[in-house]
Design a protein around this ligand. Sequence first.
Ligand SMILES: Nc1ncnc2c1ncn2[C@@H]1O[C@H](COP(=O)(O)OP(=O)(O)OP(=O)(O)O)[C@@H](O)[C@H]1O
Ligand SMILES: [Mg+2]
Length: 264
Amino acid sequence: MNGSDWALQAQDLSFAYPGTAPVFEQVSLGIRQREIVCLLGGSGCGKSSLLRVLAGLQAPSTGSIDFLGAPMREPDPRSALVFQQASLLPWLNVTGNTGFGLDFKHQPKLTREAHQARVAQAIEAVGLKGREKLYPSALSGGMAQRVALARALAREPELLFADEPFSALDAITRSEMQSLLVEVVHRWHTAVLLVTHDIDEAILVADRILLMGGKPGNIVRQWQVDIAQPRIGHSDDVIALKMDILDALQALQQQDHAPAGAAL
Ligand SMILES: Nc1ncnc2c1ncn2[C@@H]1O[C@H](COP(=O)(O)OP(=O)(O)OP(=O)(O)O)[C@@H](O)[C@H]1O
Ligand SMILES: [Mg+2]
């Protein structure tokens, strides 16, 4: 533990792709240890670009990022990533895919036993115990995404970066995965930055919601979500928060001269 309670702190981040206008400018944000932060915003507003910069996959044009109290310039092995596609290796079974990358050079050295224990725990946590020998071709989309989550958890990350990890799943599986994510990251004491364009998803899982918008993009509003988990049973509070977020989005769209009521 590093003394501060921040998993990540970013200061005045700006970013542009070569030869284009800045995607975002002067973005500052923090993610506390064990906190689930959802980054919400319309399509193309720069959420994925910001996540990649925060995760160290892309260098910012200006600004600084501290990860667990030290400057971060490349992806830190104490963080992990999950994307929309599970990206499993077809020639490895569930165990192989979950453990994949744990032995890479930049990862902390693990004994064979510790490796096996971590993989087994992660597989159990995502509900795939008994399915260890299955190959990706035999997995449903939801199961594949469980393996992707297990692979991230096996690294015992302090911070999990997730970019729309459930958006390709059907509604029922998505809702199961949202509950699973909240449960396992609480159990693992992992902080999360979850990018989504789904307001309901953000309200169901987040401790804090950041709304990104504008051109160039920035964090234009944030909400602390103090509704007890699981939130399905607190519909009045959930609906009130959703209306507030929808109002903020509509104001953003009017600002950007986008057609009113356009979908996210
Ligand atoms: N590799 C790239 N090169 C140039 N421009 C890019 C690149 N990737 C994204 N962009 C542009 O940067 C802007 C932000 O894109 P980004 O993917 O970060 O948005 P997003 O909020 O994640 O969108 P979505 O919700 O559709 O995933 C867009 O205008 C996009 O066209
Ligand atoms: Mg995106």
